[in-house]
Structures are given as structure tokens and as C-alpha cells.
Design a protein around this ligand. Structure first.
Ligand code: DGL
Length: 269
């Protein structure tokens, strides 16, 4: 049987940060990245729309790209659609494949780090969905989480506006620091771009939990615990990068993440 692939799905190009981190960690794995740039940002869409868009894209990764596992790098998809996709779509459509999210592995990392009072910054959708608080309660109710919606950050990052971020971020972080959070989760694919500014505000020692660090190692752990899936995924170092729309500045965004040009192809799932 031909080799299968690992799919990495995001609402746009932000998830390339996680794809690159996975590649750095496991360069051998055959991987396909799909960014739904036609519909980004998902954060302002309804739950039904996010479900439909992500189901369509993930179905394409399974049916056309032979993905054994699809990792949704997008927090918004993890909050709005993951459970339903796992419980209703997958068992009928592809019972022997898997869709993984980023919320639970991120919380597991926070818990294993021992920080009892957790802070998170995320899009409005994520905070309103309460997904992080709900999942944390299931994992370990003795931990508390303080959530701060940070709606201005994605537009600023996407529009080359990092120079305006610091005072906005200071304002957003104030309630979390007042609540004496012991660590900060970056609950959005885009936020690792803010690391230097966050370090400037919080200092070098403050624990910042970034999915760029967490997800590649959690994925490896998952593959080790599920060798039947791992064996099916090809180890020929092939990479494919796909988008659903050719958006302005996509090449520059990819270049800033990869520090080299990568070939990005337009597909219509
Ligand atoms: N990728 C999304 C996330 O991680 C942020 C961008 C969007 O709203 O689509 O939540």
C-alpha cells in the first residue's frame, strides 16, 4: 500500500509556524499543509460556518491527499468543530483515520508543568467558546484558568502592525497579571510572532507556553503511542503546501516563517 501522509490544517497561513516546527522536529514525515486562505479569519465566523469549512478541507486531505492523520493547528477549529468532526463525521467517513486538535495537548503541557493558575490570550471566539476552561475542568479541576480575549492581535499581525502591538498587549495582559497567573498560553496560531514583545513585557523568566514548542513533541508522543498510524505515514521527507486562495502577501508570510521560498499551490477542495 502507498504511503499515507500527515495533514496539517489551518484557517490560513498562521499554521505554517506549527508545520515548520513539526518539520524541524520530524523532517522525515511526509506532510501536506492546507491553509483555507479563502475563508480566513475563521475567528469571526459562525460555528456552523467553521464546521462546514473545516469539514470540507479535512475531507479533501483524507480523500485526495491520503492523510492518515489531520492535525488542526487552528485553535478556532479545535473549539468549534473538532469534537463533532471526531464523533459524527469521522466514524462514518474514515473510521481508521484520526483528527487531532491543539487545545487538549496544550493544557496537558500546562498541567504537567505544574502551574496551578494559568493565563491564556486568544481570539474572542476561543474565549467565548470557553473551550480551554471546559477541557481543563475535565483534565484536572484543581487548576484555574484566566482567559483574555485579544481581538486586535490577529489583524495587527496580519497587516504588518507589530510596531503598534506593545501598548495593546500590555493592556490585554494587565488583568491576567493582576490575577497572578503563573504561566501564559498563546491560544492562537498567530501569537508566536509576538514572542519578542511578550518577553519585553513579561521578562525572560516568565513561562510562556507556545504551541510551536508543544505540538511537535506532543505529536511525536502520539505517534509513538499509536504505532499502527505511525507505520502508515511515509517517511520520505515529502512536503506539500496548499492554499484555497492566493492572497496578497502569502509569499512574504511563508518566507518570514521558513526563511526560504517554499512552493505554495492553489487548490479548490
Ligand atoms: N488560526 C486561528 C486560531 O488559531 C486564528 C486566525 C483565524 O481567526 O482564522 O484560532
Amino acid at each position: 500500500m502507498a504511503d499515507m501522509k500527515l495533514g496539517v490544517f489551518d484557517s490560513g497561513l498562521g499554521g505554517l509556524l506549527i508545520a515548520k516546527a513539526i518539520e524541524d522536529n520530524r523532517p522525515d514525515i511526509d506532510m501536506v499543509y492546507l491553509g483555507d486562505t479563502l475563508h480566513v479569519p475563521y475567528g469571526k465566523r459562525s460555528k456552523d460556518a467553521i464546521y462546514d469549512y473545516s469539514k470540507h478541507a479535512i475531507d479533501y486531505l483524507f480523500s485526495e491527499k491520503d492523510c492518515q492523520i489531520v492535525l488542526t493547528a487552528c485553535n478556532t477549529v479545535s473549539a468549534a468543530a473538532l469534537r463533532t468532526l471526531q464523533q459524527t463525521y469521522l466514524p462514518d467517513a474514515y473510521p481508521d483515520r484520526r483528527i487531532l486538535g491543539v487545545v487538549v495537548p496544550t493544557l496537558e503541557e500546562a498541567i504537567s508543568s505544574g502551574y496551578k493558575n494559568i493565563g491564556i490570550i486568544a481570539t474572542e471566539y476561543i474565549v467565548e467558546s470557553d473551550i480551554y476552561a471546559a477541557e481543563l475542568k475535565k483534565l484536572d479541576p484543581s487548576f484555574t484558568i484566566h482567559q483574555q480575549a485579544t481581538p486586535l492581535l490577529v489583524p495587527l499581525i496580519e497587516n504588518n502592525g507589530l510596531k503598534w502591538v506593545k501598548p495593546i498587549l500590555e493592556d490585554y495582559l494587565e488583568p491576567l497579571l493582576k490575577a497572578r497567573v503563573e504561566c501564559l498560553i498563546l491560544g492562537c496560531t498567530h501569537y508566536p510572532h509576538l514572542m519578542p514583545i511578550l518577553r519585553d513585557i513579561l521578562g525572560d523568566q516568565f513561562p510562556i507556553l507556545s504551541q510551536v514548542d508543544i505540538i511537535p513533541y506532543k505529536l511525536n508522543d502520539y505517534l509513538q503511542r499509536h504505532p499502527v498510524f505511525d507505520e502508515k505515514i511515509g517517511k520520505n521527507s515529502t512536503k506539500e503546501y496548499l492554499v484555497t486562495d492566493i492572497t496578497r502577501g502569502y509569499k512574504e508570510t511563508a518566507l518570514s516563517i521558513y526563511n526560504k521560498e517554499i512552493e505554495i499551490r492553489h487548490v479548490k477542495p
